[in-house]
Design a protein around this ligand. Sequence first.
Ligand code: NAD
Length: 265
Amino acid sequence: MLRVLVNGADGRMGSQVVKAVYEDKELEFVGGVSVTSIGEDCGELAGIGTLGIPVREGLAKSLEDIKPDVVVDFTIPKVIFDNAKIVMEHGIHMVVGTTGLTASQRTELGKIADEHKTNIFIAPNFSIGAVLMMKVSEIIAPYMPDAEIIELHHNNKLDAPSGTAILTAEKINDARKAAHAEAAPDKTHESLEGARGAKVDDIPVHSVRLQGYVAHQQVLFGGYGELLTIRHDSLDRKSFMPGVILAVKKVGSHPGLTFGLENFL
Ligand code: NAD
């Protein structure tokens, strides 16, 4: 049995992870950490009844007391780098769902993982459909290099654009570069700053934040008299759980840093 601690255990994603870990026969849920709901039962918060495991404060101390095999982190962008560092410095494998890490921070975390002979898995998106959306986008990009992304999330999301939108844009850019394909020039003059979205490489990314949404993305490809649109919708946070559980089970056998769920599929 792999012993799993969840950081951010009382959050929207964290509480789903508590439930998914608890329900998996090969995993044991051993602890929940947060900065809110301290002392409340993790099981009650996850809607699965009392587990007798209260939400604890203090990641480092909890790791020393509980000694989990794997930590899953769904907290906030501001703290994720330090959280990952703390976990790996304790020689424990880390699965990161929290978004907001930059490419250079990921590289640094990879080095820390190597130094401590521990593994870190980071995925901007744990849903299988979203991973396939990115794969298909990569395939299309050389043939239809004109692309824009619209990502739509609930209004409590702290970062913009989403990690998935950034990664999709990077993959499209890499694929079209490899094929020496170029997007048509954008002749628009912005009369209002931001009207054409933020640019990842030169791909416009538009972020919508509205209550009611969970996590959604459209990738729009333009062609000569034709359009191709891919749309992915995570309608419920449980859509991320098969990916999270897969990562928890596989992280121990993939040395150092692994980025992206496609590496585990
Ligand atoms: P949330 O606000 O519901 O939960 C975050 C939790 O972390 C809160 O309970 C908060 O109290 C806790 N927290 C804050 N600071 C902390 C700290 N220093 N130590 C421990 N706990 C702390 O947010 P959410 O909707 O669950 O999302 C969490 C993160 O996961 C976000 O970055 C979001 O973008 C990301 N996310 C990733 C995926 C994916 O597939 N990778 C999917 C959905 C959300």
